[in-house]
Design a protein around this ligand. Structure first.
Ligand code: XMP
Length: 177
């Protein structure tokens, strides 16, 4: 795969993140929450989003991996999880780069609800509804994207391109070195 066209420029992202932060701020209305940033892809978006939020917040991280067997979808597995005191009885906002099939966030929701969160909300920068295999919907979302593999602004292709300031579509071609 190689880089195709730019889908969202740095400026597009900046203004959409600002608008999203206003929506999120309005929801929390000054009440505290724990932001759980989903590693690795969600970290750049989280860093930009939380600097525009005004309620008191705790910052935590989660990482989920999928192990695939044959052609069936992989079972999500927790690799890293917030500590109990960061989430139990708290309002929790999970921030991720992209909502694709919905398996990752549906899994995280189940685990966080089981861990005793008071409220579970999600904020994703990108939403690819055409790929959804669960009924999961994000509470806050930045842009809808078509069914193309995207990279940049935290999102990777084969471990690369997370540092691109724009979000680009990948297209079949040469592999990254
Ligand atoms: P699911 O399918 O569980 O996927 O909603 C969520 C995770 O899958 C990764 N993902 C992508 N990463 N470009 C990427 O760089 C993409 O187009 C893409 N689609 C899914 C991502 O890690 C996301 O958190």
């Amino acid at each position: 795969m190689e880089i195709g066209g730019v889908l969202f420029t740095e400026a597009d992202i900046r203004s959409r993140v600002a608008a999203l932060a206003e929506e999120v701020d309005e929801h929390y209305a000054g009440e505290s929450c724990t932001v759980v940033s989903v590693l690795k892809g969600g970290c750049l978006f989280t860093a930009d989003l939380i600097r525009r939020l005004t309620m008191p917040l705790y910052l935590s991280f989660a990482a989920v991996s999928s192990y695939r067997s044959g052609t069936t979808g992989g079972n999500p597995r927790i690799e890293f999880f917030p500590t109990d005191h960061e989430i139990r009885g708290r309002r929790v906002l999970v921030v991720d780069d992209i909502l694709d099939t919905g398996r990752t966030l549906a899994f995280l929701r189940d685990v966080l609800v089981e861990a005793g969160v008071k409220e579970f909300k999600t904020c994703v920068l990108l939403d690819k509804p055409s790929r959804r295999i669960t009924d999961f919907q994000a509470d806050f979302r930045g842009f809808e994207v078509p069914d193309v593999f995207v990279a940049g602004y935290g999102l990777d292709y084969a471990g690369r391109y997370r540092n691109l300031p724009d979000i680009v579509g990948m297209r079949p071609g040469i592999s990254p070195q």
